[in-house]
Design a protein around this ligand. Sequence first.
Ligand code: FES
Length: 92
Amino acid sequence: MPSIKINGVTNLQSNPSNTLLETMERAGLAPEYNCRDGHCGACRCTLVSGEVEYVGFAMAYTQGREVLPCICRAKSDIELEDVVYKLKEKRA
Ligand code: FES
């Protein structure tokens, strides 16, 4: 399973059948998103290393190494920067 490093601090194991956004959510993170369909760009972040494959059509503007985690899966170990997320609040 590819590993995903986020903002240089968090390491996750990616399930190849999930998008990067879903993988982060399953790991207890609450990444920023809106459409979950490649349109809005709210989830946009930078791919520092590794390869992703798109499983949807990217309509939102990206430049350089920017990717849209809501419609990408990890093809190899990857490193992402500029991911905007919160930790999910745990309920007592
Ligand atoms: S959540 Fe809208 S582009 Fe990813």
